[in-house]
Design a protein around this ligand. Structure first.
Ligand code: GLY
Length: 377
């Protein structure tokens, strides 16, 4: 089977600026904003900063800044300050948001300020949350620099920080003014981070786009060698899927929930391992395996499709070791996930490649068995 690598399906949320690099739009009741995907697109940041904006606060991590900061700062064309977030899932806490807010006030931040979030998914979540609550809310422009943040975290307005007892339990929906995705910055991304982003793309394939899944499944060499046509296609398809889902259900009351495929189990694993062993994308990969096994046990998914999903996820491994993780404790942690409503855990389970179902109607013994089996495979 061959794919036309430039044939990302257009939709009402797509505008094509040239032959292969479209812009997508997220449309919510309150706003409409572009998600541009363009090699070299960092250079266009100035066009997204409102003319009347006050000080611009560029928030980044030191490693990202060293690689690409100068290129970005050159293009801002506005008085700006640079603030650093230390990075890492254990630092994704309210205390860090407070520290950044104090620094903003000390450096002249006010209600006319704009935040430019420049980094991976943890950074875009934290800086987005800061924007959501600083002086009751200021605009943010998201410039994600990891694959995971480009295809998921920075698109859709979810922002937040962790509590010790669970992931992203403090947060807010705060849609950005724009999301600028420059696939060229991925050339400097460490391989482990790149792989972690690939799992979120596999997720998009399983939940909504069988062609994207088969691309990931059958072209691992080209995916892993960063072939530009494949990278651009993976990002564009993911952004298109996400823009459509968020536009139809901004606050995750309904269909947007399918984006959580693999996350209920994955968040439990992240919390159980102290947010220090797994990158978010790796935990989602493990969670997708658990949800796939559960889907098959519940007879929603054929064993053939189960095998294909497990094989595809495993082909972008290995995942960090899970030795010593207690399955019973993972099962107990599922109950504190955000998607658990009145004690009922809602699972996103695959029905076939390209379609999933949300259900709370599962057998408890199958949940336990799926966790055990996923920890072993
Ligand atoms: N990461 C899932 C969502 O944005 O809804």
């Amino acid at each position: 089977m061959r794919w036309n690598l430039h044939s990302t399906a257009a939709s009402q949320f797509t505008t094509w600026y040239n032959d292969c690099m479209p812009s997508y739009f997220v449309e919510t009741p309150a706003c409409r904003y572009p998600v541009s995907v363009e090699r070299g697109g960092l250079a266009n940041v100035r066009q997204y900063i409102p003319e009347r904006a006050g000080k611009v606060f560029l928030i980044s991590t030191e490693d990202v800044w060293q690689l690409h900061g100068e290129a970005l700062a050159r293009e801002i064309g506005h008085p700006h300050e640079i603030l650093f977030f230390p990075g890492g899932e254990p630092r994704k806490r309210l205390a860090e948001v407070e520290t950044l807010a104090e620094q903003m006030v000390a450096r002249g931040g006010d209600r006319s300020s704009v935040i430019v979030a420049f980094g991976g998914g943890i950074l875009t979540d934290v800086a987005g949350f800061l924007a959501a609550i600083f002086m009751r809310g200021i605009p943010v422009i998201q410039i994600p620099t990891t694959l995971l943040a480009q295809v998921d975290a920075a698109v859709g307005g979810k922002t937040g920080v962790n509590l010790a007892c669970g992931k992203n339990l403090l947060g807010s929906f705060h849609q950005p003014l724009a999301v600028i995705i420059d696939p060229a910055v991925l050339d400097t991304l460490p391989e482990r981070e790149y792989r972690a982003g690939l799992f979120e793309i596999i997720k998009h394939g399983v939940i909504a786009d069988a062609d994207l899944f088969w691309l990931m499944s059958r072209e691992p060499k080209r995916v892993m060698s960063h072939a530009p046509d494949v990278v651009d296609r993976m990002i564009c398809d993911s952004v298109r899927i996400k823009a459509e889902l968020v536009s139809g259900d901004e606050k995750e009351q309904d269909r947007r929930r399918i984006l959580n495929f693999g996350h209920t189990f994955g968040h439990a694993l992240e919390a159980e391992t102290g947010y220090s062993q797994f990158l978010h994308g790796e935990a989602v990969a493990w969670g997708m395996k658990a949800a796939t096994l559960l889907g098959a046990m519940e007879r929603l998914l054929s064993s053939e499709d189960k095998g294909e999903i497990l094989r595809c996820v495993n082909s972008y491994g290995p995942l960090p070791p899970v030795a010593g993780v207690d399955p019973a404790r993972i099962a107990a942690r599922l109950k504190s996930d955000k998607k658990t409503v009145q004690g009922k855990i809602h699972f996103v389970l695959p029905e076939r490649i390209g379609a999933v179902k949300i259900t709370a109607d599962v057998h408890e013994q199958f949940v336990a068995a799926a966790i055990e089996e996923a920890l072993a495979c």
